[in-house]
Design a protein around this ligand. Structure first.
Ligand code: MBD
Ligand code: FE
Length: 289
């Protein structure tokens, strides 16, 4: 772990990059959310829940001002994407995918970037010549519910490096380091060579870090691979995969671990790090989608 690199990665630095990335996505696919009745219902219930908490716990003016100061700080640090994805997205994902029969997915988080280099089914992710860490061969197959092979499925993968940092969201990393869009072969299979990621720590110098410290929580997510797996006519799965034995698998700050998402890597036959297989089963596209 190169501490200097980690210290250079600031809350506001990754926050501004995550905010810009999110705005770009919104520009291209914001569907109109203009139903007045729906906004009224949701916001009224949210505020009513807050009013109840204020009464139940007899909130003081000092606490109210601390909240106001903290909310202002979240904006200044550009940490709204991080805050929302760590503490709310897991329930949104649960609701959105409740009726799926195929593989489990989980939250996307703030560090996806579209447009990564496209690689064939036998892939080595873009990485530095001296990329630190343990080599990992991540392989699997994409099929449909019912068993049909999904030839040419797309497996987008992105993950943190051995310092827990993401390219495009931390300084001094090549633009697409440890990111790619892999096209599966005729059997829907893929073999991706990468480096094992390290656990991710919420930046300690920003507003989310301050909240964690103030509440006496820990700031860690277990090490994970992020994936978006898709094929035409099928529902895209956004997933993360974790590693058994990682101490944070049992207490992820983002509540995004599911038992089906925990990998059991084994030492590779050639002695080069570890190998693990994980398959994806995609649901058919929904009517009208
Ligand atoms: C991450 O790397 C992540 O995946 C999520 C969900 C939230 C914060 C950082
Ligand atoms: Fe992540």
């Amino acid at each position: 772990m190169t501490t200097a690199r980690v210290e250079k990665a600031t809350a506001a630095g990754s926050g501004n990059a995550a905010t810009a990335t999110f705005r770009e996505k919104q520009r291209s696919d914001a569907s109109a959310v203009a139903d007045t009745k729906r906004v009224d219902t949701l916001v009224t219930e949210l505020l009513t829940a807050a009013h109840d908490i204020i009464r139940r716990h007899q909130l003081t003016y000092a606490e109210y001002d601390a909240l106001k100061a903290w909310l202002i700080q979240v904006g200044e640090d550009a940490e709204w994407p991080l805050f929302l994805d760590v503490w709310l997205e897991h329930v949104v994902e649960e609701v959105a995918t409740a009726d799926r029969e195929g593989s489990k997915g989980t939250i996307e988080g703030p560090y996806y970037a579209p447009g990564a280099p496209e690689l064939p089914a036998d892939a080595t992710l873009p990485m530095r010549d001296d990329e630190p860490g343990t080599p990992l061969l991540f392989q699997g197959q994409v099929t449909a519910v019912g068993g049909a092979v999904l030839a040419g499925a797309t497996v987008e993968i992105w993950h943190a490096d051995d310092d827990g940092l993401y390219s495009r969201f931390a300084p001094d990393l090549p633009e697409w380091n440890l990111r790619a869009s892999v096209t599966a072969d005729d059997e829907g299979s893929f073999r991706i060579n990468t480096m094992q990621p390290a656990p991710y720590q919420i930046p300690t110098d920003g507003s989310c870090g301050k909240l964690i410290a103030a509440a006496g929580w820990h700031a860690w997510r277990p090490a994970h691979l992020h994936l978006k797996v898709s094929a035409s006519g099928h529902q895209l799965i956004t997933a993360q995969l974790y590693f058994r034995g990682d101490e944070h698998v049992a207490d992820d700050i983002a509540s995004a671990v599911k038992p089906e998402l925990i990998l059991d890597p084994v030492p590779a036959a050639d002695g080069m790090g570890d190998v693990v297989t994980h398959d994806f089963v995609l649901d058919p596209a929904t009517q009208g989608a």
